[in-house]
Design a binder for this molecule. Structure first.
Ligand SMILES: [Zn+2]
Ligand SMILES: [Zn+2]
Length: 245
């Protein structure tokens, strides 16, 4: 892995994220995810294909080769490990660690990585709920698609773009915590969901951002779903900044 450039590693990481988030792995979506131009994405994809890391299928969708998948898994696991370490050991707020991890992850030796893994102890996911290494990824439902009146546990913040994490932090939405979906209102971009946490604190989340929150339904209510309930996974590419996991 050491011979791969940082840019190569970031491309593999982005492609891996498109797979996990269920977003169509087109060159255009990849360029949007990475905030690069289409020609840059095209050039890099050619290079990745030459290196035997990706291929394009009949529909021009990007596919990992076995080797590409293996390398991407390792890069992603390291990113998540660094995030968990920064939160648990260094006490950095969870909405700040994604960018920090990106800056650090390329210069960590396998020895340091093993030590960090030891130090985070029982932690099995990054602070945003993404599994580290082989730990299973529990399938979830997008928050806007869950009926009002339901009790949910937040599993993951699928898009780790910095401003989305800050938004969720301000709204008190955190992986592992339980909420009641209280009410729904508005349409399209104005659609919002009101949540109540276990302490009775209420907050309002815009559904276009809530689309990036995966939840487990603990008990299902019979109220309305959001008008954005059927919004495509591509909505997760929102964010003025870089996305991430
Ligand atoms: Zn994370
Ligand atoms: Zn991250």
């Amino acid at each position: 892995m050491e011979e791969l450039s940082e840019a190569t590693q970031e491309y593999l990481e982005s492609i891996y994220w498109l797979y996990e988030a269920g977003i169509e792995r087109t060159q255009a979506n990849l360029a949007r995810a990475l905030r690069v131009s289409q020609p840059s994405a095209s050039e890099m994809l050619k290079r990745l294909a030459d290196e035997g890391l990706v291929s394009r299928d009949d529909h021009k969708l990007i596919q990992f080769t076995d080797r590409g998948h293996e390398v991407a898994e390792r890069i992603v696991a390291r990113h998540r490990l660094v995030e968990a370490y920064l939160v648990k050991i260094m006490g950095i707020p969870w909405d700040d660690v994604h960018e920090e991890a990106h800056a650090m992850e390329h210069s960590i030796s396998p020895r340091l990585e093993a030590k960090m893994l030891e130090m985070i102890g029982e932690v099995r996911t990054c602070p945003h709920g993404h599994p580290i290494g082989d730990y299973p990824r529990e399938p979830g439902e997008a928050m806007p698609a869950v009926e009002a009146g339901s009790e949910v546990t937040v599993l993951r913040l699928e898009n780790e773009a910095e401003e989305i994490l800050h938004y969720m932090h301000r709204a008190g939405v955190e992986p592992g915590r339980r909420y009641t979906i209280v009410t729904r209102s508005g349409d399209g971009d104005d659609a919002v969901t009101e949540l109540e946490d276990e302490a009775g604190n209420r907050s309002t989340v815009e559904d276009r951002v809530g689309r990036t929150v995966s939840v487990r339904v603990e008990s299902r209510g019979d109220g309305p779903v959001s008008t954005l309930a059927d919004a495509s996974a591509e909505l997760q590419l929102l964010g003025a900044d870089r996305w991430g996991m």
